[in-house]
Design a protein. Sequence first.
Length: 337
Amino acid sequence: MKLGILGCGDFLRGQEEALQASERVQVQAVYDPNLERARGWGERLGATAAGSEQEILDDPEIDLVSLFVPPWLREDLFVRAADHGKHLLPTKPLGNTVAACDAMVEAVRRNGVRCGVLYRRAGEPWFDTVKSILESGRFGKLALFRQDWIHHFPQWADWALDPEKNGGPFMDAMIHNLNIARYFMDRPMKTATWFSDTLAHPDLPCPDTESLRVDFEGGGVAHLFITWAADLAVHSTEGNFREHIDLLYLVTDQGWHITEESRDGQAYVRVSRLGEDEWIEPEPLPGTHYDRFADAVETGAPNPRDLPDVENAAEDVRLIRSFAGQAFGRRELTPER
């Protein structure tokens, strides 16, 4: 299947390996307002550099469109691509507002196209293996998902700091882990409690620290925390090259502690309780996430489970935006949400 890419910024850098390895998807064309950058990426990916986004949308050979543009630019391009019958692979967050996300959901339904949203868990065997472990029930049911992220604010992308264009640290980054928590819990959200603070950077147009607690039906809670308050190292302003601290662990209702650990450069799932350890090597995924999405489009099968659909991704934005501008808030959520 032929892929057109709109946006040749830092996110594309992170996708290059999967795109180069794909056996089912070929990059046909790329577009970026910076035409020199587009030409460079075209050469690297064996694609042409389009002169406009419309050129990609009008190309009848292109089956899939990836949107690697900033969130506030996404709605128009997404809807136009869907109206041209293109299947869609945008990155998170789906959009910058609830209204934009609703328009994208409607465009997918109206045109009968498919959409898979690229979160951090796309193409990552560790998350798929943890999901399988939880589904087996061998160690009990997930009771606690906890993730803390600490890193410098993204000064290479001023729009990430803009409450209207992006929304701040949670929308910019921790939304990855809200989606992962929902994926692992696999039951409806019940209540959500929000905190935001400005601790060290009063000059930023958004809070520098945000956290969310989500309670799920049938027991289970996610604690998600992100801060830009600490001025950690910035290695380059050309992209996301900054020091990053990540605390992640899960606890089941049987007291098992689940973490990601490394042995000889290989990520393992470590499951421990009372000094008993089990190290589980993640199973490789069948092909890249681009391959598996192409297979789903071609066969009519559901999205591969590491690619949430448009409704799932819209729900993440809806929840975060419900707390916009609040230092503290609490929401009762309907079973559908």
